[in-house]
Write a new protein. Structure first.
Length: 286
């Protein structure tokens, strides 16, 4: 499978006839038949739908997502876009994803025309380069003592710290922080900034809730989790197919929910995005 072409095809939405409730686009179902559908798929397609209605020269700078119902694989999604605001500097869009006529996901995205202003950023954590770290499959092989075949995902992961599977075996590795290098295999043109933003939203959703399990010494073998909401603030330009470091931390978990905050850096140390996600996490009784 040409995952580069296929992932970009997932973001190439088909326009549908307009209705009284806004512009509409059809998005293809995900590449994998996982249920429920991976939340990053919905978020990326919804941002792509919003961006199709925004004038040139404005870049996505904030994306706020709510996962409302379990979305099922195998059936396309209809993305309904509402034009909330259009001004010289800012544009805001609200998007609902529908499946079988039911709203399963909602997104509000804001776009801004870059302008001069103050600038500062926190430094990037010191971690090994991605080339010095084993692949995710190699880490899983080590954790389970068996050779893991490539997972066939349209992205790559390189963890700089322990996986939840490692921490469950060795509680001394418990930490409230995780660092993971990510990049997509899709390679859009450098000037396709909306596509890079969509791919960032897609791939950064992959590992966030794992940070909560690492904090508690529990692995996905004994827990299940779902995103409740997910926010991405984009601060600058980047390539999603270049290595990006997600530095994640979990300040609190309570009431069955865990909160994860994150910062995304280029390998050159530029802070290009900030993340927040709350997820429902249920630990199965032994």
């Amino acid at each position: 499978m040409d995952r580069d072409r296929t992932l970009l095809e997932l973001l190439d939405l088909d326009p549908l006839p307009e209705e009284g409730d806004g512009e509409r686009f059809r998005g293809r179902p995900p590449l994998e038949p996982s249920a429920p559908v991976y939340g990053g798929h919905l978020a990326a397609q919804a941002l792509a739908a919003a961006g199709r209605t925004v004038p040139a020269g404005l870049d996505a700078h904030s994306v706020h997502c709510f996962f409302l119902q379990a979305a099922l694989p195998g059936t396309p999604f209809v993305y309904r876009v509402e034009r909330v605001r259009d001004s010289v500097s800012f544009t805001t869009r609200r998007v609902c994803a529908l499946q079988h006529g039911q709203v399963v996901f909602s997104l509000t995205a804001s776009f801004h025309r870059p302008e001069p202003g103050l600038g500062h950023q926190d430094p990037m954590p010191s971690v090994p380069d991605p080339e010095a770290l084993p692949t995710y499959e190699e880490r899983l092989s080590e954790a389970f003592g068996a050779v893991m075949q490539p997972l066939g995902k349209p992205y790559e992961l390189r963890f700089a710290g322990p996986l939840s599977f490692d921490v469950e075996k060795d509680p001394s590795l418990v930490s409230s922080r995780t660092e993971v290098w990510v990049r997509t295999e899709a390679r859009p043109p450098e000037d396709a900034r909306l596509l890079h933003a969509c791919l960032l939203v897609y791939v950064c959703d992959v590992t966030m809730l794992d940070t909560v399990l690492v904090r508690h010494g529990v692995s996905w073998l004994h827990a299940s989790g779902w995103s409740v909401d997910y926010t991405v603030w984009i601060h600058g330009t980047f390539r999603a197919d270049d290595w990006l470091l997600c530095a994640l931390e979990t300040p609190v978990a309570s009431g069955g929910r865990g909160l994860v905050l994150g910062r995304v850096f280029t390998r050159g140390g530029t802070l290009v995005a900030t993340l927040a996600q709350e997820g429902l996490i249920r630990v199965r009784k032994s």
